[in-house]
Design a protein around this ligand. Structure first.
Ligand SMILES: Nc1nc2c(ncn2[C@@H]2O[C@H](COP(=O)(O)OP(=O)(O)O)[C@@H](O)[C@H]2O)c(=O)[nH]1
Ligand SMILES: [Mg+2]
Length: 450
């Protein structure tokens, strides 16, 4: 049975998706840069963090014990590094291809049928029971081996980068990823134990006929189990498809993230700031496009993106789009361009925007930050604040915000083009600082390693 969340997941898969622009080479390089993460010296910087796994211990990340798979990957990456072009993708892009359960079953049945008895057995009964046992054993293995491969190659959620972990939860629903993997493993175990049991029964047959019957019975039993529980494999296939299609965020490239309430003008500003045409990208849980642009500056490439708007409400009430914004800010090393619309045009009042702003500022104040008041063509020129004698500090702050936004905010208009030159130069400064931050973090990590 599918849980409610799983069926939602299915509905989401059926949403006709806008063409995803995900595999462009621009997005394929890079890695997660986490403060306090240790990285493997053998891997080049842009690969290593994505292939490393982390465990949270007292709030800091440490690499998980390297599994066989990680070692394999390290070797693989080393080989790849020899080539000049390193294709880097996130954990989701490394997910194995999953075969539909019917394909696994039919291919296993076909292969098992072709298995012949050991040569040189003259006795018919002995030969048939040998054939039956071998065919059942082969069928069991053909069914179990792909499943074991999936179990080994789908990453444990707790070792994923926290951003990817959030994406899994937002996309598939809390706990569904683990649940599907658990079911696939349960199916594998059942196939192995039932397969072995029937193979050994068959090996004990006393006549040709009995051996044939036991072979048929065992085959039928395994087939039934697979038909009944193979849905877990198909669920896993869909999960892999969904996750693989997820936008890849390049973490080595400094990213400017536009934040603010809905309709304040974030996407309009991404378009202005981008050199070239920004791309619309989707996360599987939304059909709403997220703009992803690039800024070229001094031979350096930067990313600029809008996040879905944040509303004034408690975290428990936030929808997935708002949660995505918070996940981006929490887990990715982005510089923030916070957009304020004081014109009253966006649908969120300046007072509400002020409340959201204060909260976000408090939570993510450690990010590099720039405040922008948008749509200034709709605002009166040179704002004047009237402050009455009895105003308290909070009142004064709000009054000031309603007129001019947070202190230091620059006023811009996409329409009249006011402030855009200053905005661009400030953004460039911000991104240059972000680049230095990333570099110094990288150096710190290298120091830790040596
Ligand atoms: N008058 C005016 N309207 C703007 C300006 N910037 C954006 N808008 C309008 O505000 C609305 C929301 O803009 P959008 O960029 O989609 O906002 P987002 O939801 O924050 O991404 C659109 O109708 C834009 O045309 C501006 O500078 N002046
Ligand atoms: Mg937008």
């Amino acid at each position: 049975m599918m849980s409610g969340a799983t069926s939602n997941m299915y509905q989401l898969w059926q949403v006709p998706s806008t063409k995803l622009l995900l595999r462009s080479s621009k997005f394929s390089k890079g890695s997660y840069l986490l403060p306090g993460t240790e990285v493997y010296p053998t891997l080049c910087f842009c690969k290593r963090i994505q292939t490393a796994t982390y465990e949270i211990v007292d709030g800091s990340y440490i690499p998980a014990t390297q599994s066989k798979q990680n070692n394999k990957e390290a070797v693989h990456n080393k080989e790849e590094n020899k080539a000049s072009e390193v294709e880097t993708v996130g954990a989701f892009q490394k997910l194995p291809m999953v075969m539909p359960s019917v394909d696994i079953l039919y291919s296993a049945l076909r292969k098992a049928k072709r298995v012949t008895p050991t040569k040189g057995i003259a006795n018919i009964a002995k030969r048939e029971r040998n054939r039956g046992a071998k065919q059942l054993d082969a069928l069991m293995k053909e069914l179990a081996v792909p499943l074991r491969g999936y179990m080994e190659n789908f990453p444990n959620k707790k070792y994923l980068h926290p951003y990817e972990r959030s994406l899994i939860e937002l996309t598939l629903g809390d706990g569904n990823y683990e649940e599907v993997l658990r079911k696939v493993d349960a199916l594998r175990k059942k196939v192995v134990s039932v397969g072995k049991e029937h193979a050994s029964l068959c090996a004990k047959s006393l006549s040709k006929r009995e051996a044939e019957e036991r072979l048929n019975e065992g085959t039928k039993n395994l087939e039934e189990i697979f038909n009944r529980e193979g849905k877990a494999v198909d669920d896993l296939l869909n999960i892999a498809k969904t996750l693989r299609a997820m936008p890849v965020v390049d973490l080595e490239t400094p990213t400017l993230c536009l934040v603010g309430a809905p309709n304040v003008g974030k996407s309009s500003l991404v378009r202005i700031l981008s050199t070239g045409k920004p791309e619309v990208r989707n996360y599987p849980f939304t059909t709403r496009g997220i703009l992803m642009g690039h800024i070229a500056l001094n031979y350096q490439n930067f990313q600029v993106t809008d996040t879905p708007g944040i509303l004034k409400r408690h975290d428990e009430d936030r929808n997935n789009l708002e949660k995505l914004t918070l996940a981006v800010l929490s887990h990715l090393p982005t510089a923030i361009l916070y957009v304020h619309d004081l014109s009253g045009e966006c649908g969120t009042s300046p007072s509400d925007q002020f409340v959201i702003y204060k909260e976000i500022r408090e939570r993510f104040g450690d990010h590099l930050w720039l405040d922008v008041v948008s749509k200034c063509d709709l605002l009166k020129e040179s704002p004047v604040i009237f402050v009455t004698e009895d105003s308290d500090a909070d009142h004064l702050e709000l009054a000031r915000y309603r007129k001019m936004g947070p202190s230091g905010a620059i006023r811009v208009s996409v329409k009249s083009e006011a402030g855009l030159i200053e905005l661009k130069s400030r953004v460039h400064e911000l991104l240059a600082s972000q680049m230095s931050r990333i570099k110094s973090l990288k150096n710190e990590e290298n120091l830790v390693l040596t």
